[in-house]
Design a protein around this ligand. Structure first.
Ligand code: ZN
Ligand code: ZN
Length: 297
């Protein structure tokens, strides 16, 4: 279990839409285990200076909030104590991805192969990204968590998810100059109100101190859902669907020779991130890696 997760404890939440129409949820946390001032989960800025008086008042408010709205497991909904976002039973069901795995796409292997650890898919059709890593397997347990994060405004799961992603992608993040989220089409962004990949990217950038550019790529056409499509159909579905945003200043500075890490929530066949990587490579990126929260086995 990632011990860092225990440090986050959402207290109060304020929402606003930014200029891209992205829902920003500002959540103050910081009681109990943290000594520094509360910070916004979205961008890390200090929200207020805490004196002992305000701290006591906030603690009282926090306890009251817990009484009124007791924290619940993000997966099964049972009450949980303290800052945990998952109950112990659900934690135990999460499958974290580790070695052995394909050194290119990160799909886990059951046994360590002899020689170079590259899966058949990557040997047959090398992807357009350099390496991809994911934190957890996308299965029954994580699916409900991720869907609630994606569609039901459970943005308070972001610190838990990015703690997992930082652990899985530590090597990638060490070799990263810029973090870029996979974009949503503007109509989908309007209906969903926020891009879950951008929320993860911003949280990763804040925690790692890396630059995040969430306006670099744009989805130029609305693509049908990738669900139930074969790998080939998925690749066709997103071909040519991404481009550099026309009015994004400083493309050269951000891309030229830079090591870019694309961030997405779920890696299925890699078709979407490959399409994004192709655009970035053509524009001069030095390396394009992918860090996702979950991947389909
Ligand atoms: Zn649970
Ligand atoms: Zn592979």
């Amino acid at each position: 279990m990632a011990t860092g997760v225990q440090a986050f404890h959402p207290q109060t939440t304020v929402e606003r839409l930014d200029e891209l129409g992205t829902l920003r949820r500002h959540t103050a946390w910081a009681f109990g285990q943290r000594k520094e001032n509360p910070r916004c989960v979205c961008h890390g800025s200090v929200m207020s200076t805490r004196s002992s008086a305000t701290s006591s008042a906030a603690m009282l408010a926090h306890r009251l909030l817990d009484l009124l709205l007791p924290p619940r497991c993000g997966c099964c909904g049972v009450d949980v104590t303290g800052a945990a976002a998952l109950c112990l039973a659900c934690w135990r069901k999460v499958t974290f991805i580790g070695e052995p795995m394909c050194e290119v796409c990160g799909i886990p292997f059951e046994i360590r192969p002899f020689g170079r650890a590259v899966c058949g898919d990557c040997l047959a059709r090398p992807p357009d990204f350099d390496r991809a890593r994911s934190a957890v397997l996308y299965d029954d347990t994580t699916r409900s968590l991720i869907l609630s994060f994606k569609h039901a405004d459970r943005l308070t799961l972001a610190p838990l998810f990015t703690a997992w992603m930082r652990a899985a992608g530590a090597n990638l993040l060490e070799e990263t100059d810029v973090i870029v989220p996979v974009p949503l089409h503007r109509w989908r962004l309007l209906s969903r109100r926020y891009n879950q990949a951008a929320v993860l990217a911003q949280a990763l950038g804040r925690d790692s101190g890396l630059k995040v550019v969430d306006s670099l790529l744009v989805r130029t056409r609305q693509t049908p859902s990738q669900g139930r499509k074969s790998a080939y159909q998925r690749s066709l579905n997103v071909r040519g669907a991404f481009a550099l945003r026309n009015n994004c200043d400083g493309h050269g500075e951000v891309i030229d020779g830079r090591r870019i890490t694309l961030v997405d929530d779920v890696f299925t066949t890699g078709a979407t991130v490959s399409a994004c990587a192709r655009v970035l490579r053509r524009a001069g990126a030095g390396a394009v890696n992918v860090l996702s929260l979950a991947r389909v086995a």
